[in-house]
Design a protein around this ligand. Structure first.
Ligand SMILES: C[S@@+](CC[C@H](N)C(=O)[O-])C[C@H]1O[C@@H](n2cnc3c(N)ncnc32)[C@H](O)[C@@H]1O
Length: 325
């Protein structure tokens, strides 16, 4: 993705419009209606002029086909609906928030809503907003199946049989559950509202510790692995240094701290997911950003951990440091 000509910027505008159209069709259940079978435009029950105007966009994108009367989902459209891969209403909210980029740039994040209230969260969850927290953790749970498996595949060979694991900021618990099901007794640590969600999903398969990871005396343990997925991008560099240092204290000798996240490369210009995810953190957390690999290595060194080894795992990196001993 590069801005080299005026045409590039025009295509970005088209992409934003396409995202809005597809997300809105999905939010109004129009794809779900077509999944049941062919429908006329009138049967979709939306504004006729808006249907007529957005339809060419969907045909251009290859999601909907049909003559003037009856509309059908294409194979690609049907597959996306079945896989739950159609962009959702969350994108419409994001586009609204991105419209406040100028204010965020001038005054700093998090972004404010129409009433002027901050939309900052604690790592995506919100104690005062159970609906938002549930929606967010459901979304993360749904999208982390493969990542939980690959994290287990990569890290479990490092652990002793029956080694103890802490999933710090474990949220929905899908990573914790992968380790627990593989025979590693696993504790999930998170804020009380997130622990309540995880308990609902996993019951006695996990043990739980509620608390603020910046404030508790100890994480318990000692553990053989303290795993943090998608946690450090929500925190400031100073808080992350302190968090890694405190995690290191809760490890057995020879134990590991593993950070799974999107880290910026040494030039600060890639990879793409880390570059753009930083904006999400600016908009929805008080201090978060995409950390750089260089900065993150320092947290391990300052905590007295060996390494870290850095591995590309799917679309994220895994940094793993070992406590000497
Ligand atoms: C982006 S979610 C990541 C969840 C899960 N690890 C994953 O990768 O899908 C960040 C998690 O950190 C938790 N968190 C944020 N701040 C926290 C704090 N101060 N103490 C404990 N947990 C916190 C949030 O509640 C949330 O569950």
């Amino acid at each position: 993705m590069k801005l080299e000509t005026e045409r590039d910027a025009t295509e970005w505008v088209w992409a934003a419009k396409a995202l809005a159209v597809v997300s809105a069709w999905n939010a109004l259940g129009l794809f779900a209606r077509l999944r049941q079978g062919p429908a006329t435009r009138d049967e979709l029950g939306a504004d006729p002029r808006a249907i007529a105007t957005t339809l060419p966009v969907l045909k251009y994108l290859g999601l909907v086909a049909g003559d003037g009367k009856r509309l059908v989902l294409t194979d690609a459209g049907r597959r996306l609906v079945d896989e739950g891969g159609m962009p959702t209403e969350r994108n419409l909210e994001m586009l609204t928030d991105l419209g406040r980029m100028k204010e965020v740039l001038r005054d700093g994040g998090p972004v404010k809503d129409a009433q002027g209230k901050s939309k900052g969260t604690t790592g995506g969850t919100h104690a005062a907003d159970p609906v938002h927290t549930q929606r967010f953790l459901d979304m993360l749970y749904g999208s982390s199946g493969a990542a939980a498996q690959s994290s287990l595949d990569w890290l479990s060979p490092l652990l002793p049989a029956g080694g103890r694991v802490l999933d710090l900021g474990g949220g929905h618990g899908r990573y914790a559950r992968a380790f627990a099901d593989a025979g590693f007794p696993t504790t999930l640590f998170d804020l009380p509202h997130a622990v309540a969600y995880a308990k609902n999903r996993h019951g006695t398969a996990l043990t739980y510790q509620e608390g603020n990871f910046h404030e508790v005396e100890s994480f318990g343990g000692p553990y053989d692995l303290i795993f943090m997925a998608n946690v450090v991008h929500g925190e400031s560099a100073a808080d992350n240094a302190a968090l890694v240092a405190r995690a290191a204290k809760s490890l057995n000798p020879g134990g590991y701290v593993a950070l799974k996240d999107m880290f910026l490369d040494e030039h600060g210009k890639g990879p793409e997911n880390a570059v753009f995810f930083g904006l999400t953190m600016l908009f929805y957390t008080n201090h978060g950003s995409s950390p750089t690999l260089r900065q993150s290595r320092e947290w391990f060194h300052a905590a007295g951990l060996e390494g870290p080894e850095i591995t590309l795992l799917d679309t994220q990196q895994l940094m793993v440091g070992r406590k000497p001993g």
